[in-house]
Design a protein around this ligand. Structure first.
Ligand SMILES: [Cu+2]
Length: 453
């Protein structure tokens, strides 16, 4: 059981957020990877309600769009792109109703996306505002060994209060990430990671209209607590895309016929078979850049291994299309593992007795788990504080019964390029939605191989 004392002790360490106010902050609209112009508020679903600045196509690439996140602005100094990262504690919201003290960069987890072009020279200042040392490893990027960021091997650790400079020339393009290589078990578990996208200097042979990116992660934020538990290896409570769970994950918006790329990285402890409805996609690259077309594979599910990056591309067709991890436990929130299986068990009477000891308890799972969301919707079920229901989300036809790694690809005929706002539910053409009937001529007499209904 979780006592109030446990909950409060998790809150006891003072927040360091706000100290490094002079550094880049996710203050306004999503910066599109170039010099400091409008940025977008990260990590809030309001982001999708505001018009995004029209994606300025600089050179020959479309700037990446970090789901629920933001792109780090840079300053050009004698031809070198200068970035500032601040490692610090952050107050993070996974979805309304679930907050935690996490660690991240520049006020958010994941940290801001670094975006640059093959051939650029980058200089990245890293300031440590944590209470322990850290470093940054630039995952998958060609660089001098002394810039690779493994604490103790390639450099001394960055001690609390210190700033280190990393500087190298980008010799490749592709989807990469950055993360600490110091006390990794803790620093990754509490959210320190970000994407590093390098666009090809000669543009793309098949231009990309929308370029989305996110990192997959898992969190042991036990029910009723406020700090992720770094000691957990397999049993996690929250499964996130850019540190958000459904329904707080932004939709992936596109116009019919556009070429959409989704760049996916995985810094969790598990593999994630990411499944997209509605289309076959091509697996077009990842850490190794964009592959020649002859090496693309057609898939509907792609496993993103731990530490891997994968790029998928598709031509958008109209509709609301689910996009999610296919491990069904990864599209749920905390569920209290280790509870006896009650499927098919009549629990009448039991509920009342348990409720005398555990107020708010609802017996569930006799005919399935879907009743859980119904109870939650009606306010019958109150979990521990700061704990999301196991299943969430409402659609035009009812409960979605999802959580965790789930979002919706929303494709419409009439969306302006550069508009990333949620267009609302899809309006299905007449006669194209599955319907209820009582006129099945074989109703009551279906063909069965064996067994009793
Ligand atoms: Cu998964």
């Amino acid at each position: 059981m979780i006592s109030r004392r446990d909950v409060l002790s998790g809150m006891g360490i003072s927040s360091l957020v706000g100290i490094a106010a002079t550094f880049a902050r996710p203050a306004s609209a999503q910066n599109e990877g170039h010099e400091m112009t409008g940025m977008q508020m990260p990590g809030t679903s309001e982001a999708t309600l505001q018009p995004s600045p029209a994606a300025p196509k600089t050179g020959s690439h479309t700037p990446a769009r970090t789901l629920n996140g933001w792109t780090l602005p840079f300053k050009l100094n004698n031809g070198v792109k200068e970035f500032h990262l601040v490692a610090e504690e952050v107050e993070h919201e996974f979805a309304p109703g679930s907050k935690a003290k996490c660690w991240g960069f520049n006020g958010t987890t994941p940290g801001p996306t670094i975006e640059a072009v093959e051939g650029d020279r980058v200089r990245i200042y890293v300031t440590n505002r944590l209470k322990e040392h850290t470093t940054i490893h630039w995952h998958g990027i060609y660089l001098p060994s002394g810039m690779d960021g493994v604490g103790g091997l390639n450099q001394p650790h960055i001690m609390p209060g210190e700033t280190f400079v990393y500087e190298f020339t980008l010799q490749q393009h592709g989807t990469h990430m950055y993360h600490p290589h110091a006390d990794e078990m803790v620093q990754l578990a509490v959210g320190m990671m970000g994407m590093f996208i390098i666009h090809p200097k000669n543009g793309e042979p098949n231009p990309i209209d929308r370029d989305y990116c996110f990192l997959l992660h898992n969190w042991a934020l036990h029910p009723g607590t406020y700090r992720p538990d770094p000691s957990i290896m397999t049993e996690f409570d929250l499964w996130t895309m850019n540190s958000k769970v459904f329904p707080a994950i932004d939709p992936i918006v596109a116009r019919t016929g556009e070429r959409v790329r989704i760049r996916i990285g995985n810094l969790s402890m598990h593999e994630h078979p990411m499944h997209l409805h509605g289309v076959q996609f091509w697996v077009t690259g990842g850490d190794g850049g964009r592959l020649p077309e002859s090496r693309w594979r057609t898939e509907v599910t792609e496993i993103i291994g731990v530490g891997q990056m994968r790029d998928i591309e598709f031509i958008a067709i109209p509709g609301d299309w689910a996009f999610h991890c296919h491990k069904s436990h990864h599209t749920m929130n905390a569920m209290g593992h280790g509870i006896p299986n009650t499927l098919g068990v009549d629990q009448s009477g039991v509920e009342k007795e348990i409720r005398s000891m555990l107020p708010g308890y609802v017996a569930m799972g006799q005919s399935g788990m879907a009743e859980h969301q119904e109870h939650t919707n009606r306010g019958h079920m109150q979990g521990p504080e700061n704990t999301l229901p196991m299943m969430m989300g409402k659609g035009p036809f009812g409960n979605l019964e999802m959580g965790g790694m789930f979002t919706v690809v929303k494709v419409r005929n009439e969306i302006a390029s550069g508009d990333y706002r949620d267009p609302g539910p899809y309006r299905h053409p007449r006669g194209t939605v599955a319907w209820r009937t009582s006129r099945d001529p074989d109703f009551g007499n279906p063909v069965r191989k064996s067994g009793k209904a």
